[in-house]
Design a protein around this ligand. Structure first.
Ligand code: BG6
Length: 477
């Protein structure tokens, strides 16, 4: 179990709280990780009674927790830990009641699951009302700004009331088991690291494909697009974990220092190294234009990029990234393709292919290393590629199949006071500093995204991004 805590969730009636935060806390409670004396306090604008809030959480658990994890007795026990206060972020209403609930002598965390425009108001009132203290933690969600300027302003606002050690900026990809596994695979094995550089790695492919569209979130999404929504944060974190130097210790600042160096080493991306797409309507299903309710929209629901990390380790090894909505499958993976052996002794042996290490982030989390062996039989030396395939579920049994949701892990880290898997202010700013000129470039050129049919692997042009380098994307199945 973690230490006894009081967690206040601002925006407790919102979508994220219902889908992720509250069900996640329930699952941690079920796992015995939340001490009985802890309290979870919902805070939002709506005038709701405690009973109504508890009922809402009960329904959220029914909807978002799998059946095998729903235990009526434990749910009731968990619900008993919940309180609710109606609080006005922009006024004084409700704050006295909140102050009366939050106990100063335990771990305190405030989760800002609200629009970033309210971060400043919440931070200020938590102080003005004497609720927060120097050890209190705040948790903030993405989007953390929409460019460098707004991210800086947000950092400055939070810094007026909280120091960096108190601020937990969530990127939920860092809470995914397989994403953390990238660090374990690289730094707890001797096998990979000696080969982990431009001398041996031909290229890296990162794919985050989704089958959902933007239905229901069109208003937010249309102002973001895939670059701001996914690349600036989630894919950026993946690049960092693949490309970074070994930190001297698995410690929050040591890890984040190394990630920051990667972000700073990212080269500007030329227009010909970017392909943006927008999904079309098909067979009566609405396209992006209908989903976003913006007939003029030039926002991308798909993007592919060729990125260079300009440092000694990676000089000449491109990172190809792609992410999009309404693609053929929900599939996220990182594929590291190695170079040819320096000299082949099997001159006329057919069947040779490159070694590839595939790290599957979701679904079916695991790793697959493709190696060459001799094809069995008397027919001379013929080579064949076979997988050394490991899925968490097979390798680790029940534990491997029962992977906690990213939010569960991250919220518990907040309570433990461990910032390793959270973004530091300078990291977020550096990521925007790289992203901004890319977006400004296509805006200035007035580029329109290419249409692509839903259920495919994205716009045709994205194929060219790799073909012209003599490489190809792995198939999205
Ligand atoms: C969110 C984005 O941060 O991540 C969404 O805003 C996206 O657009 C989601 O769908 C993907 O997360 P996951 O965990 O489903 O891969």
């Amino acid at each position: 179990p973690v230490e006894v805590f009081d967690l206040v969730i601002f925006g407790a009636t919102g979508d994220l709280a219902r889908r992720k935060i509250l069900p996640g806390l329930y699952r941690r409670y079920l796992a015995g990780q939340i001490p009985p004396d802890s309290r979870i306090i919902g805070a939002a604008r709506s005038a709701m009674t405690e009973a109504e809030f508890r009922q809402m959480v009960r329904e959220a658990i029914d909807e978002f927790v799998s059946l095998d994890k729903r235990d009526a007795r434990i749910i009731s026990e968990f619900i008993d830990h919940l309180s609710y206060v109606a609080v006005d972020a922009k006024g004084e209403e409700g704050w006295a009641a909140l102050k009366a609930l939050v106990r100063p002598d335990r771990v305190q965390a405030f989760y800002f699951s609200v629009a970033p425009a309210l971060f400043g108001d919440l931070a200020e009132r938590l102080h003005a009302w004497g609720i927060a203290h120097p050890q209190s933690r705040i948790v903030v969600e993405k989007p953390f700004g929409r460019d460098l300027q707004t991210a800086r302003a947000l950092n400055a606002t939070l810094a007026e009331h909280f120091c960096e050690q108190q601020i937990y900026r969530i990127d939920h990809y860092l809470g995914k088991e397989t994403v953390q596994n990238l660090m374990a695979v690289r730094f707890a094995n001797i096998l990979f690291e000696p080969l982990w550089n431009a001398q041996y790695i031909d290229h890296v492919q990162i794919t985050v494909a989704e089958t959902v569209g933007v239905e229901g979130r069109g208003a937010y999404y249309d102002k973001s697009g895939a670059m701001r929504d996914m690349v600036q944060n989630h894919l950026m974190q993946l690049i960092c974990l693949i490309a970074m130097e070994p930190p001297y210790h698995f410690d929050p600042n040591a890890v984040r220092d190394e990630k920051l160096k990667v972000i700073r080493a990212l080269q500007p991306v030329a227009p010909e190294d970017i392909v943006r797409g927008q999904y079309l309507g098909l067979k009566g299903a609405p396209g992006y234009i209908e989903d976003s309710e913006n007939p003029e929209s030039k926002t991308e629901s798909y993007i592919a990029l060729k990125v260079q990390v300009a440092n000694w380790r990676w000089q000449g090894t491109p990172f190809y990234l792609r992410t999009g909505k309404k693609l053929r499958a929900r599939e996220s993976e990182i594929a590291i393709t190695f170079k040819e052996p320096p000299h082949s002794i099997f001159d006329d042996a057919p069947g040779w292919r490159e070694n590839v290490l595939v790290i599957r982030l979701q679904p079916n989390e695991g790793m697959n290393l493709k190696v060459m062996i001799k094809e069995p039989g008397p027919g001379g030396m013929r080579l064949v590629q076979v997988p050394l395939d490991m899925s968490f579920a097979d390798a680790l049994g029940e534990e491997g199949a029962d992977i906690p949701d990213a939010y569960e892990r991250l919220i518990m880290d907040v309570i433990r006071g461990n910032q390793t898997l959270f973004m530091r202010g300078d990291e977020v700013e550096a990521a925007w500093a790289w992203t901004d000129p890319i977006i400004q470039g296509w805006e200035a050129r007035g580029d329109r995204p290419r249409g692509y049919d839903p259920g495919t692997s994205g716009p045709e042009d994205a194929l060219m991004l790799m073909h012209r380098d003599g490489r190809r994307w792995r198939e999205i199945r």
